[in-house]
Design a protein around this ligand. Sequence first.
Ligand code: GLU
Length: 281
Amino acid sequence: MSGYLTRFAPSPTGRLHLGHAVSAFNVWAAAQAAGGKIRLRIEDIDQTRCKPAFEAAILEDLRWLGLEWDGPVRRQSEHFAEYRAVLDTLRARGLIYRCFRTRREIAASLPAGADPDEAAFVSRPLPATEEAERLARNAPFAWRLSLERARAELGAQWASLAYTEETLAGPRIVRADPAPFGDVVLARKDTPASYHLACCHDDALQGITHVVRGEDLRDVTAIHAMLQALMSWPQPVYRFHPLMLGADGRKLSKRNADKSLDQYRSEGMTPEDIRSMTAPA
Ligand code: GLU
């Protein structure tokens, strides 16, 4: 039996749509080609946007597509203590700090039009008395990973941060530079972990050997390589699949209000129809 282990990791913020089907077909095809196994992981950290009903629907839609996973489903909302422990470790090592800047303050420090949630932002811990005063006021904050501290801690390893990408032409080593992302947010006052933290923690804990995900997550893999180095987590091999674009060339997504798989299903489409609609041109 092959030691290949991959995963499908949707967030239950809505029904699955064609973009998810593309991702799932890629994950299952890769596992099948390698004689490997697949874990299903529900990335439901954001409890305001994730709903149990959507999780049930994901399981139903995958089964309808004929995609069965191996072993129990991992639900991230049941593992907050594990993410907290990682944060505690990073904090004890002086790698993360509380950032009290509001979105508005961050936006004001950025070029016009830049998205404060996406832009690279570098800050520093507040002096202890000021921090205590804000905490006493119950002010919201983000836990940010200090790039400067991470770079110092990794020393010579920083320059060789990299990951292996599986391409059609074979594996290639990709240099990972997390600097353009600034001090990334790893948690917030009321959100126990960011996607980056929970995803890398779970890939390591679950022994995921191969990650198959969309091209849209290629760039953030540099952040993941840094976290893996800092936490001495094993690093999976990555493969990025092309995204399916809507007729107007935009990425398909729930926000674009594209039709969900269950809508296609209720219109009489079969799983095979979905497969041919999502097949690369
Ligand atoms: N929950 C993420 C998503 O739905 C998974 C990303 C990943 O595969 O790492 O986009």
